[in-house]
Design a protein around this ligand. Structure first.
Ligand SMILES: Cc1cc2nc3c(=O)[nH]c(=O)nc-3n(C[C@H](O)[C@H](O)[C@H](O)COP(=O)(O)OP(=O)(O)OC[C@H]3O[C@@H](n4cnc5c(N)ncnc54)[C@H](O)[C@@H]3O)c2cc1C
Length: 333
C-alpha cells in the first residue's frame, strides 16, 4: 500500500498545477496524478505556441512558457508528481480515506481528492489507414506543436475543421507548399474568415477528397489522394491529421458524482456530492462557471482551504499571503 497523502489532485493541467502549489502553502502532503506523460493539460497538447493574453497580471505569455512557470511553482513544496497514470476506480475505506486505482493497477491512498481532470482524458482520432502508424514521428503528425519544425517543407493537412484551417494559414508562410485534403464539399465547420485567410495564403485545397495511402521508405515521402474515381500522388514531407479527438471522464463517471455540462457539480466549497471529493478548473460545474485558465487559480485555493479546515478545524480559513509565508519570509528579513 502506498503512503497516505492529505490531498491527491487528479490532473496535471493548469488548475491541478497551481492547486498543488497552494496545497503546499497550506502544509498539506500533496500528490498530483496525470494521465499523460507531460504536465500542462490541454495547453501542452493543443496550443503550446499560442499566445495567451487573459491571465491576470501576465500581459502575454505562450502556452509553453505558462506551463513551465506553473510547473516550477507547483514544485515549490515538492509534491509527489506521478505521470502516465489514468485514475479509474475509487474505493472508500472504513476509516473515511480513499483508495484511487489507476488503469495499470497502482493504488494511491489519500484523505481527500481534488478532481482537476478538465474534460477527462483525451486522445486524437487517428488516421484510419492500415500501416499509417509506421510513419508516426517520421512524417505523420496529429498536432502542430512547434511551427518551425515544418519550415521549408511540403505539408499536407487532412481535415476541414477550424483547427486544420488555422494550422494551414499559420504554416503557409513558412512551408514550401501546404495542401488541405478534406472529404466534405465545403468547410462547414470552419469560420468564414478562416476560409478567406486560406485564399490569401495560397493554400491548395482539395475538397471531396481523402487520403488513401502513405508512401516512403525511411520516412514519409508522398500521400495518395483520391477524389471521386481518380487517385493522385502528392509529394509530402509531413502529413498533419486533424480529425478531432475523443474525450471523457472514463471510470470517474461511475463514482456516483452528479454530472452536468460535461462537469462535476460542486458547491461553494468546490465539494462534489461525495464528501471528501472536490472538483476545480474545467472539471467543475456550477452557476456562472468561467472556462478560463484563471478560474482554476481561484477554485483550487477554495478547495484546498475547505480541505484544510475539514482535516484541521482549528486551522485558519485561508493561507497567509505568500510574502508572509515562512517559505519566503526569510528572504525579506
Ligand atoms: C485551443 C484552445 C485555446 C484556449 N485558449 C485559452 C486562452 O487563451 N485563455 C484561457 O484562459 N483559456 C484558454 N483555453 C481554455 C483552457 O485551456 C482551459 O480552461 C484550461 O486548460 C483548463 O485547465 P484544467 O487544468 O482544468 O484542465 P485541462 O487543461 O484539461 O487538464 C486536465 C488534465 O487532467 C488529466 N486527466 C484527465 N482525466 C484523468 C484521469 N482519469 N487520471 C489522470 N489524469 C487525468 C488530463 O490528461 C489533463 O492533463 C483554451 C482551450 C483550447 C482548447
Amino acid at each position: 500500500m502506498s503512503d497516505l497523502y492529505d490531498v491527491t489532485i487528479i490532473g496535471g493541467g493548469p488548475a491541478g498545477l497551481y492547486t498543488a502549489f497552494y496545497s503546499g502553502m497550506r502544509a498539506l502532503k500533496t500528490k498530483i496524478i496525470e494521465a499523460k506523460n507531460e504536465l500542462g493539460g490541454v495547453i501542452t497538447h493543443f496550443y503550446p505556441e499560442k499566445t495567451i493574453y487573459d491571465v491576470g497580471g501576465v500581459v502575454t505569455i505562450t502556452g509553453e512558457a505558462l506551463v513551465e512557470q506553473l510547473t516550477r511553482q507547483a514544485e515549490t513544496f515538492q509534491p509527489k508528481i506521478v505521470t502516465n497514470q489514468v485514475i479509474d476506480r475509487l474505493e472508500k475505506r472504513e476509516d473515511g480515506t480513499f483508495n484511487l486505482i489507476s488503469t495499470n493497477g497502482d493504488v494511491h491512498h489519500t484523505r481527500k481528492i481534488i478532481l482537476a481532470v478538465g474534460c477527462g482524458t483525451f486522445d486524437v482520432n487517428k488516421l484510419q489507414l492500415e500501416g499509417a502508424e509506421r510513419f508516426e514521428g517520421s512524417g505523420l503528425f496529429y498536432a502542430v506543436r512547434h511551427l518551425k519544425q515544418f519550415s521549408g517543407k511540403d505539408v499536407v493537412i487532412s481535415g476541414g475543421g477550424d483547427g486544420a484551417l488555422d494550422w494551414a494559414a499559420e504554416l503557409a508562410p513558412i512551408c514550401r507548399k501546404v495542401t488541405i485534403v478534406y472529404r466534405g464539399e465545403q468547410f462547414t465547420r470552419a469560420l468564414e474568415h478562416q476560409v478567406e485567410r486560406l485564399k490569401s495564403h495560397s493554400v491548395d485545397v482539395l475538397l471531396d477528397s481523402e487520403i488513401v495511402a502513405l508512401s516512403g521508405s525511411e520516412k514519409l515521402e508522398s500521400v495518395t489522394v483520391r477524389a471521386a474515381d481518380k487517385a493522385e500522388k502528392i509529394r509530402a514531407d509531413a502529413l498533419i491529421v486533424n480529425h478531432g479527438f475523443q474525450y471523457g471522464l472514463g471510470g470517474i463517471e461511475r463514482w456516483g458524482l452528479s454530472l452536468e455540462n460535461n462537469g462535476i457539480v460542486v458547491d461553494s466549497r468546490m465539494e462534489s456530492l461525495i464528501k471528501g471529493i472536490f472538483a476545480i478548473g474545467n472539471a467543475a460545474s456550477y452557476a456562472q462557471k468561467v472556462y478560463l485558465i484563471a478560474a482554476g487559480f481561484v477554485e483550487g485555493p477554495i478547495a484546498v482551504n475547505s480541505i484544510k479546515q475539514d482535516l484541521d478545524p482549528e486551522a485558519p480559513s485561508q493561507a497567509m499571503v505568500s510574502t508572509h509565508h515562512e517559505r519566503w519570509r526569510e528572504q525579506l528579513d
